[in-house]
Design a protein. Structure first.
Length: 183
């Protein structure tokens, strides 16, 4: 800001020159152009973290329920068809933890807990199963695999996360980022 003002009627008029305003707007434009993609990446990272937390919570709850109740417990993505809840193959949908080895319609009394779907993340299960079944010991034998979490509707190459499920029913997050480019 210019400290020397113009004298008008005994008072000094102070303000910005046109050049100062243009330089300020240019700097703001450069900072915005540089910062907005960073905020988008931050939003994608937060969405993936939230989805990973939801999946870990669902897996942990199902495993613990199987151990505590000494019976098989199923975790599956659900869809409502003809007002009945069924296991689906889209792991981005709402998840349900249910009693028994569910493959057909799920009785409302068998539902122990549901985990609502989140937006902005595509979840793929490497094994293609519609469910994960924990036995009474908390093992998920035969259902081990990888869950890949990638941002949805992303036109540029993006990084995702991978959650690995072991035969014993334990899970871990892979350290290396996952390449989310579509084949």
């Amino acid at each position: 800001m210019s400290t020397s003002g113009r004298r008008i009627g005994g008072n000094y008029a102070q303000g910005f020159t046109l050049l100062e305003l243009l330089v300020t707007l240019l700097i703001m434009g450069v900072v915005a152009a540089w910062g907005i993609p960073s905020f988008q990446a931050l939003g994608e990272r937060n969405a993936r973290t939230g989805e990973a937390n939801r999946l870990q919570t669902a897996l942990g709850f199902a495993r613990q329920a199987a151990i505590n109740q000494h019976q098989p417990i199923t975790l599956c993505p659900t869809v409502e068809r003809k007002s009945k809840l069924r296991c689906d193959d889209n792991w981005s949908q709402a998840l349900a933890v249910v009693r028994g080895d569910q493959t057909e319609d799920i009785a409302p009394a068998d539902v122990l807990r549901t985990f609502p779907a989140t937006q902005g993340v595509d979840v793929r299960y490497s094994r293609g199963w519609r469910r994960i079944r924990y036995d009474a010991l908390g093992h998920s034998s035969g259902y081990n695999g990888r869950f890949t979490l990638c941002p949805q509707r992303n036109k540029r190459p993006a990084e995702g996360n991978t959650l690995v499920l072991s035969q014993l029913g334990r899970w871990r997050m892979a350290q290396a980022p996952t390449n989310c480019q579509q084949p």
